[in-house]
Design a protein around this ligand. Sequence first.
Ligand code: PMP
Length: 443
Amino acid sequence: MLPAGLPSLSPLRAIQELSMNDLIARRERALGPGMRLFYEQPFEPVDARGVWITDVDGKRYLDAYNNVPHVGHAHPRVVAAVQARMASVNTNTRYLDPHVLDYAEALKATMPAELDTVMLTCSGTEANDLAWRLACAHTGGSGAIATSYAYHGNSTMVSALDVVSTPSGKNEGWVATVDAPIDRSAEDGDSEAGSATFDKGMAAAIETLTANKRPPAAFYFDPLFASDGVRLPAKGAMEAGLERLRKQGGLVVSDEVQPGFGRLGEAMWGFEAVGVMPDIVTMGKATGNGYPLGVVVTRREIVQSFRNKGRYFNTFGGSPAASAAGAAVLDVLSSEGLQANARAVGADLKAALIQLGQRHRLITDVRGTGFFLGVELAHRRGGEKVPATAEARRAINLLWELGVLVGLTGPGLNVLKVRPPMVFGKDDAAILLDRFDQAMGRV
Ligand code: PMP
């Protein structure tokens, strides 16, 4: 029973009857200042299918931002798979259930053979947190290395890897940072110089941790380096630095929360696109198409080291419904050829965005691959690029007005993040480009 005075739970009708201002006031009272809204004008979606979202006024928006509905909003096969488990038996991974095993086996089949053991969580944060416990148990180390603008999640441990907004990790001396490797499209991105820079950064990070008596347990990286500004390194560019880390006993954790599941088009997993063999792979967001599901995939011996010292149980992680969602995502990805779609449509879209850059001086770079593109906006001052942060914010709000959703990322918050659901087609790309052109003309 709801307390008297609150609307009855027919959410759509109740929400439509209340003005947006009422909703904002209720939100502020109920959720407080910790949970923020996107956009200058709050956005109230009420329905979504494929790549389209409809708001409360019936206006349709092309979604070129959300990566959680990986195979498209409300994909009927994912919905049916979850409904079937919820309507029969949905317990936990301590009971035998073929749906959980079907999923783990299907996921393993997409990975190199060495990565042979699957552990299930509810989110990307939990997967990265569990990876930390595994790495510490296996290596005996207690120091972490992440990139300068990394984001890997929101638990106490994982948020400490983000030394910009959570400086405590660094202050306590157990987190050290390294700059993201140079993007493969940059002049020295593919060269020995780029590789040497990353190696030097890794050497310094290891030295810092060793001096603090926190030998490295793990290096976490997002292979696309999204929060570092979308920088996809050339294959092999990280090799020397990671070899150095391994010699000190540290493990490599590839955070596939953003680049995984074929999004990069050229590879199913981000680590493959950058030519790195990780010890631990973590996943979230796209994994269950909106049903909470995170995953750790690693080598059996690493899990054994952990098991010798501790235990793991996650009440909701990988429940039959969650596993069924995960299996449906893999199934749709392959039956609808979505990785190939990301490769083909993404390549054309990137080329067209580069073309747009000829007309709009603020566009100083277009990076990324497949369905993860970053459009950098900057002012050229002398030989320097100064992030056009205010213009980038204005651009995403203008795009929203024009009915297109994109995001914002990078250290200077000046990189427009184009990261649509994997069912984004050629016609959708044409709409995006037209609106992008209009928005840039008005910025
Ligand atoms: N890793 C990366 C690279 C992410 O982008 C995020 C979420 N933005 C996370 C981990 C954390 O995932 P979650 O919010 O599901 O805990």
